[in-house]
Design a protein around this ligand. Structure first.
Ligand code: ZN
Length: 382
């Protein structure tokens, strides 16, 4: 069905494939079924696939066509979040009403995945390779993305296209940068004081209050580029009838390029030191990254004069009649992994709504437009 006689009826193809992909539950960490389906799908269409091991029973899937020493990669993640409460219909049954196709992951990002697949099947690269990568765990801690980014498969990749949902600017928008994000753990210790000896200067709560207030100075917001630190968790311990002897804070942060998560850590340390002096260093502090299996995502930004960005902008103008809008997004995704390694990564996605919540939907007409934009881009970007 998805062989060479493609494009007779694009919309039917999009709907049929989207319906199938949505029907396969792929909420992380259970992406096994959808990877197996895609593997068979490409084999049936005459392509060799490669499983890339991420961890026990979890694999990314890689496909490629063409020859040459450069390639363009169409990226998608196969996982979704688990269905939120409030769905009016079965989230795994694609429901079409007018232009809206609703189902779990329809917008984030099985719609984009369908466009990637159909574009791959249709396009015949003349000089270079065209690659497809399907990653697991993006909605969690990007285990699949990290394995992919560090693999040989990426060595000849010159440009990565990621059709994640377009939150802004519709089909004209190109995401060319993202903030970085890290979570830090701050431990504060002090000798507890008996109630009888209570004084404000021994009360860790005032130290923490001052610090949280000072962290506000890290906040920045210019043209939707948001930098901030906030307390996402706080835990306090007192021994019997005494002042707190230990508090642990988790600080969540967002950083604007060219600054890194390490720079944010230094900014936080500066504020901690300021508070330390104010309280005569009565409180002992230690700050470190919260430990997790993958590194936190770093910020990135693609240069304005990047040639693939220019080609993609050309294609958008040609296919929509409107000027492309390159924009920065204040959130993180697998794109950060590639971008912060210096690779060109461009986000262009379909429109829709309710990502990660009930009744998520994707616009069918925007998928079609995306398909045209992508195919034209592949023709001219060689
Ligand atoms: Zn996504």
């Amino acid at each position: 069905m998805y062989g060479r006689i493609l494009l007779k009826d694009m919309e039917t193809q999009v709907i049929a494939l989207l319906k199938k992909l949505v029907s396969i539950d792929s909420a992380y960490p259970n992406e096994g079924k959808i990877i197996a389906y895609l593997e068979k799908f490409f084999e049936k269409n005459g392509y060799k696939t490669k499983r890339q091991k991420v961890e026990a029973n979890r694999y990314n899937l890689l496909v490629e066509k063409g020859t040459g020493n450069k390639s363009i990669l169409l990226y998608s993640h196969v996982d979704t979040v688990t269905a939120a409460s409030g769905w009016t219909d079965n989230p795994l049954t694609l429901k079409i009403s007018g232009d809206r196709a609703s189902g779990l992951g329809a917008w984030d990002m099985k719609g984009g995945m369908v466009v990637n697949i159909l574009s791959f099947l249709r396009h015949n690269p003349k000089k270079n390779k065209l690659k497809l990568a399907f990653c697991v765990d993006e909605e969690n801690i990007s285990k699949g993305g990290h394995i992919l980014a560090n693999s040989d498969f990426m060595e000849d990749v010159e440009c990565i296209i990621s059709p994640e949902p377009a939150f802004f600017h519709g089909n004209q928008g190109i995401v060319t940068g993202r903030t970085g994000r890290a979570v830090f753990e701050l431990k504060i210790n002090a000798n507890p004081k008996h109630y009888a000896l209570y004084e404000k200067k021994y009360d860790m709560n005032f130290f923490v209050a001052d610090l949280v207030f000072r962290l506000g100075s890290i906040y920045k917001n210019s043209h939707d580029r948001k930098q901030f630190v906030f307390v996402r968790k706080i835990d306090s311990h007192s021994l019997g009838i005494s002042t707190p002897q230990q508090m642990t804070l988790e600080l969540d942060s967002s950083v604007i390029p060219p600054y890194t998560n390490q720079d944010i850590m230094e900014m936080i340390k500066k504020e901690i030191n300021w508070c330390g002096l104010k309280y005569n260093n009565y409180f002992k502090t230690s700050l470190q990254y919260v430990k997790r299996e993958t590194p936190f995502l770093e910020s990135y930004e693609v240069e304005k004069k990047n040639r693939y960005l220019k080609k993609l902008s050309e294609s958008i103008l040609k296919n929509t009649g409107k000027k492309a809008v390159a924009y920065f997004r204040s959130s993180v995704a697998d794109e950060n992994i590639f971008g912060s390694k210096g690779m060109t990564v461009l986000g262009i996605g379909p429109t829709g709504n309710n990502a990660h919540s009930a009744n998520e939907w994707v616009s069918l007409s925007s998928l079609k437009k995306l398909y045209n934009i992508l195919n034209n881009f592949l023709e001219i970007a060689r």
